[in-house]
Design a protein around this ligand. Structure first.
Ligand code: URA
Length: 196
C-alpha cells in the first residue's frame, strides 16, 4: 500500500510539474515557443536521457526528440537493446531557443530546477547526458564533452554518463571525423549498458 501511495503521489507531483512547465514564464523563451516540452516516458524509468532544448519539430509537436536527432537517438538506443518506452527523455531547457541557438546561461538557470525535480522524483539508476549543455549542467563541471565523456560520474542522483549529442554526430556525417565521434559514442553507450 505504501508503495502504491508513493507512486500515486509521484504521479500527481509530476502532473503538476508538467502543468507548471507548460505554462512557464520564468524566462523570455516562453514568448517565442509553440510548446514547452516536459519530456516523456515512464515515471519509474531506470534511465533518464537529457538533451539540450527542443528543436523545431519538438517545439511544434510538444514531444522530445521527434525530429532527425530523435531518429539517430532511437538507433543508438537500439544498439544497446533499449527502446524509448522504457526511458524518460527530456532536456535541460524545455522551450526552443530561436533558430536552435544554444540556450543562454540565464535560460538554463531559470529552467534547471524543473530537470532537477524530474530527476529527484523519478530517481533513475543512470542519466545519459547528450551534449555539452546537458553534460555541464548535470556534472557541474565546466568542461567540453570530449573531457566529460568516456567515464561514469557518480552523483547523489544517479550515475551520469556524458556523450555526444545526436545532432552533433549528424553534423559530422560524411566528414573525416565521423568515424572517431561514432566510435566514442559507441563506447559511451556500452558503458551505459553496463551500469543499467
Ligand atoms: N535536441 C534536444 O536536445 N532535444 C530534443 O528534444 C531535440 C533535439
Amino acid at each position: 500500500i505504501a508503495r502504491s501511495e508513493g507512486i500515486e503521489r509521484l504521479f500527481n507531483d509530476l502532473k503538476l510539474l508538467k502543468l507548471e512547465i507548460e505554462t512557464c514564464t520564468r524566462c523570455p523563451l516562453y514568448k517565442v515557443r509553440n510548446h514547452a516540452v516536459f519530456g516523456e516516458g515512464p515515471l519509474n524509468a531506470s534511465l533518464i536521457i537529457v538533451g539540450e532544448a527542443p528543436g523545431r519539430e519538438e517545439d511544434i509537436e510538444g514531444r522530445p526528440f521527434c525530429g532527425p536527432s530523435g531518429e539517430l537517438l532511437d538507433r543508438m538506443l537500439k544498439a544497446i537493446h533499449l527502446s524509448r518506452e522504457e526511458i524518460f527523455i527530456t532536456s535541460v531547457v524545455k522551450c526552443r531557443p530561436p533558430q536552435n541557438r544554444a540556450p543562454l546561461s540565464k535560460e538554463i538557470k531559470a529552467c534547471i530546477p524543473y530537470l532537477e525535480t524530474q530527476i529527484k522524483s523519478i530517481r533513475p539508476k543512470a542519466i545519459l547526458a547528450l551534449g555539452e549543455v546537458a553534460g555541464k549542467a548535470l556534472t557541474k563541471a565546466n568542461l567540453p564533452v570530449k573531457e566529460l565523456r568516456g567515464k561514469i560520474h557518480p552523483t547523489d542522483h544517479g550515475q551520469i554518463i556524458v556523450t555526444y549529442h545526436p545532432a552533433y554526430i549528424l553534423r559530422f556525417s560524411g566528414s573525416q571525423q565521423e568515424k572517431a565521434i561514432k566510435k566514442a559514442a559507441w563506447e559511451d553507450l556500452q558503458l551505459l549498458e553496463k551500469v543499467l
